[in-house]
Design a protein around this ligand. Structure first.
Ligand SMILES: NC(=O)c1ccc[n+]([C@@H]2O[C@H](COP(=O)([O-])OP(=O)(O)OC[C@H]3O[C@@H](n4cnc5c(N)ncnc54)[C@H](OP(=O)(O)O)[C@@H]3O)[C@@H](O)[C@H]2O)c1
Length: 263
């Protein structure tokens, strides 16, 4: 009989986890939840000083290692992969979270904004996943699969009333890439799922929430924005034994906001 103890079913203890964009916001919520629960967590984002400060802070409660890199570039992706390979021979959980937004009306949406969101929201998920496959395969099995968790957005599910057309498009691409990879990887013992957050507090949402948090809370069916446990909890679930049979899913974590035609 399977070990159905809650402490076993939802455990991520001893797992090796990489969270891109783990230095703040949603990535930090996820990274800190894994560290707190006994995983060895690597974080990677551009600002080396912030990465190292997070490494120092999370190392007080567990294991956290920072590998700074600009993941929107091939060179930055290769640097992360090379540095990770120097330290580890396998990877249990890859969390593709790093991302950026750009808001502008469609008729004047600049190529610079389009390239920015596509280069960080989509391209590195494709190529980092490709590059980390050998290490994921080392921890993969049909019984206990390795996991890839992509961070999409409810803006990739429904059309936001905010002017961020390339961002929404990039997140729909993340969701579909998740489905494509889930079919290709499952037989190799790797599952691929996506989390589609609604509004959570972060640098990305600060300007919007500074002016409109009360309105966002009013329209949200649950009357609040997301918090650390909401995001850390779903990520841990997907990485744990309890989440082992989910594959190709896109899970909105938004209090039901994706069902509404506002925001
Ligand atoms: N917050 C929300 O309400 C919300 C809702 C839906 C989806 N999301 C998604 O959740 C993810 C995290 O967003 P967030 O809200 O936490 O935003 P955030 O606070 O701006 O954090 C973004 C993270 O990605 C890193 N990053 C950005 N560009 C990078 C690059 N070129 N190379 C490497 N790292 C880079 C940032 O660090 P550096 O700047 O130092 O590189 C930071 O760690 C994104 O994919 C976002 O689209 C967020």
């Amino acid at each position: 009989m399977d070990n159905l103890d809650i402490s076993n079913l939802f455990s991520v203890k001893g797992k090796t986890v990489l969270v891109t964009g783990g230095s703040r916001g949603i990535g930090l919520m996820i990274a800190s939840t894994f560290v707190k629960n006994g995983a060895k967590v690597y974080i990677s984002s551009r600002n080396a000083a912030v990465c190292q400060a997070v490494e120092a802070e999370l190392s007080k409660i567990g294991e956290c290692i920072a590998i700074p890199a600009d993941l929107s570039t091939t060179e930055g992706q290769q640097n992360l992969v090379a540095e990770f390979n120097k330290r580890e021979t396998s990877l249990d959980v890859l969390i593709n979270n790093a991302g950026a937004n750009w808001s502008a009306p469609f008729k004047e949406y600049p190529e610079k904004g389009y390239d920015k969101v596509m280069d960080i929201n989509v391209k590195p998920i494709f190529f980092l996943t490709q590059a980390f496959l050998p290490l994921l395969k080392e921890s993969a099995s049909l019984e206990t699969p390795a996991r890839i968790i992509n961070i999409g957005s409810i803006d990739g599910i429904r059309v936001s009333t905010i002017d961020n057309s390339a961002y929404g498009m990039s997140k729909a691409a993340v969701h579909h890439l998740t489905k494509i990879l889930s079919v290709k990887m499952a037989g190799k013992g790797i599952t691929v799922n996506a989390i589609a957050p609604g509004p959570f507090p972060s640098k990305m949402t600060k300007t919007m929430l500074d002016s409109a948090q009360a309105m966002v809370e009013k329209v949200n069916p649950m009357r609040r924005i997301g918090r650390v446990g909401d995001m850390g909890g779903i990520a841990v679930f997907l990485a744990s034994e309890a989440g082992a049979y989910l594959n190709g899913t896109v899970i909105p974590v938004d209090g039901g906001m994706h069902l509404l035609a506002v925001m």
